[in-house]
Design a protein around this ligand. Sequence first.
Ligand code: SF4
Length: 166
Amino acid sequence: MTNGNVPQKAPGLWQKVLDRVKTWSRTQSPWLIHFNSGSCNGCDIEILATLTPRYDAERFGVQLHGSPRHADILICTGPVTRQARERLLRTYEQMPNPKFVVAVGACAITGGVFAGCYNVIGHIDEVIPVDVYVPGCPPRPEAIIDALVILLQKLAAGPKIEEAAS
Ligand code: SF4
């Protein structure tokens, strides 16, 4: 799109403005999707507590949503069972870029007490890339909020390097 007053590089400029608006929107309201790939539910209870008014993650604009197609952040708990692997992958692949993953709890990070079980294939980063790890069994809501704040900083920095290059 050109006219007499707009320089040749205007489309690039508009793209930069649009990217800034998108980044600003994401940092104001990052949407979460929660996936339990085989946890004992202890970590899931802490995630839900984090989202209640007592810990109030919503003050950062964080909201839980049901569809991966609307989510910026995938928050995962538990080791990855054979049954959950494909669902975890499909959920991750359905999320739009840039997308981020938080692994909550010892089981999500290492397999924890379930490591070596016949039905467990490993931990989260053996299936999808993880951006932030939250250790603990289970981690407290304050630690989960810390992870979300780190992610907000990543969101503010823009797309991941490999996505920007593609
Ligand atoms: S880290 Fe602890 S609370 Fe969380 S899923 Fe594993 S055993 Fe359960």
